[in-house]
Write a protein that binds this ligand. Sequence first.
Ligand SMILES: NC(=O)C1=CN([C@@H]2O[C@H](COP(=O)(O)OP(=O)(O)OC[C@H]3O[C@@H](n4cnc5c(N)ncnc54)[C@H](OP(=O)(O)O)[C@@H]3O)[C@@H](O)[C@H]2O)[C@@H](O)CC1
Ligand SMILES: Nc1ncnc2c1ncn2[C@@H]1O[C@H](COP(=O)(O)OP(=O)(O)O)[C@@H](O)[C@H]1O
Length: 279
Amino acid sequence: MTGWSDWTAADTVAEYRVPVEGDDKYSRGVVGILTGSAEYPGAAVLGVEGASRTGIGMVRYLGDAGAARFVLERRPEAVTADGRVQAWLIGSGMDRSARSPELRAQIDQALGQDLPVVLDAGALDLAGSSAGPAVLTPHHGELATLLSARGVDVDRPTIAAAPEEWATRAAELLGCSVLLKGSTTHVALPGGGGYRVQAGPPWLATAGSGDVLGGILGALAASRSPEILADPDRLARVAAAAAFLHGRAGERASSGGPLAALDIAEALPATIASLLADS
Ligand SMILES: NC(=O)C1=CN([C@@H]2O[C@H](COP(=O)(O)OP(=O)(O)OC[C@H]3O[C@@H](n4cnc5c(N)ncnc54)[C@H](OP(=O)(O)O)[C@@H]3O)[C@@H](O)[C@H]2O)[C@@H](O)CC1
Ligand SMILES: Nc1ncnc2c1ncn2[C@@H]1O[C@H](COP(=O)(O)OP(=O)(O)O)[C@@H](O)[C@H]1O
């Protein structure tokens, strides 16, 4: 595809994998999550919560040991032991300038697997270093920083003025899908074109909202891993579906009033049930 299209509820339902009778937790998908840090343990909790509430066979949280305690307090279902995964979410709540050699080795091992990978926040600089298909999830400020580091002189207001164009340029330059967050979220494909997703109410502009989105996307990517590996462009569709679910869950959580990031995650099951019922 080369054009841009508006993403719909029906498109989202088509990307959501409903469990079938013969499923087990592994066939539904396992998402590996490397997020959080001593400074931002909350980002780990929010991403794990977003993934769990999206519906997935297993969430494997393998990030910061201190953050893992908070993750397990909130979600005892999360598994903190190593093992197989079908997609990775890396970077929310991480500071790339504080990456230890041990964490770098752990990230490199994840990126070396031929699996779909979601790169957020403190892992955006790793664009182009994964063996499998990747999607980046920057906000405007992060995209400006990322492009500037790759020799493209652009600032945040310039990106805000033309998000479709800049998401496209980034996807082409970096060779992966780019989900550029905003009041309209733009998901660009590396070969051109993409999807516009109505992000939801402005109440969604709250700390940790993007961390929940990362969890939703990680879970959807794990559940659609075989399809993404067969057709890497599918990752952009899965990313658009994640943004759509995030926005509709935000609407449900808000009901016209304020919300906190965790409320978005908590609204996901009813949001998904309603979308499936209407399809
Ligand atoms: N509870 C937790 O643990 C939480 C943890 N979190 C974690 O914190 C880390 C830092 O993430 P961050 O996005 O807050 O700051 P940062 O990367 O310095 O941004 C760079 C510059 O970009 C701009 N800018 C910022 N936001 C923008 C936006 N939405 N849309 C457009 N522009 C925006 C702004 O530029 P300025 O306004 O100064 O021009 C800013 O200076 C990250 O790892 C994240 O996961 C958070 O999710 C919160 C909850
Ligand atoms: N004005 C807005 N209207 C609707 N959604 C918004 C608006 N501003 C931001 N969002 C959404 O909120 C989320 C913010 O993510 P992000 O900037 O990464 O925040 P954080 O780092 O605090 O988690 C994104 O999903 C974005 O699309």
